[in-house]
Design a protein around this ligand. Sequence first.
Ligand code: AMP
Length: 139
Amino acid sequence: MARDDETTIFTKILRNEIPCHRVYEDDHVLAFLDINPIARGHTLVIPREPAVTLDQLSAESAAAIGAVLPRIARAVMAATGAKAFNILQNNGAEAHQAVMHVHFHVIPKHADGSGLGIGWKVEKLGDVADLAKAIADAV
Ligand code: AMP
């Protein structure tokens, strides 16, 4: 789904109106270095389609990103020497999305500890049979 307002910073990057360090592009996808990296090689992969969140992205763009993400992850690891990486994908301001254009972070985890830190607070699973059914019905 397209936005009404197509003026995020990533739209400007897609239009070549502001510079970036491009590492990959095709008809559907652009990848470039994050301007505020949390690790050397921190890369952003975005669709050309102006969707805000992943759930709004067309199947065509989603497939294009899915096809190229492993390649970009391999390239980031090859170029930086990282042996591990995280994919981070935030949707909505409450979920820490700052730029309202779908993007995937490829974040290498380096031996010096730089990279994504994760706080993972586990909850009890409880009785989720109805929940599983509700999600399954909605897919
Ligand atoms: P998020 O919190 O998932 O929306 O992350 C947005 C990311 O975009 C942040 O990591 C920013 O550092 C990055 N970013 C913002 N502006 C630019 C820019 N002009 N070039 C490259 N990365 C950017």
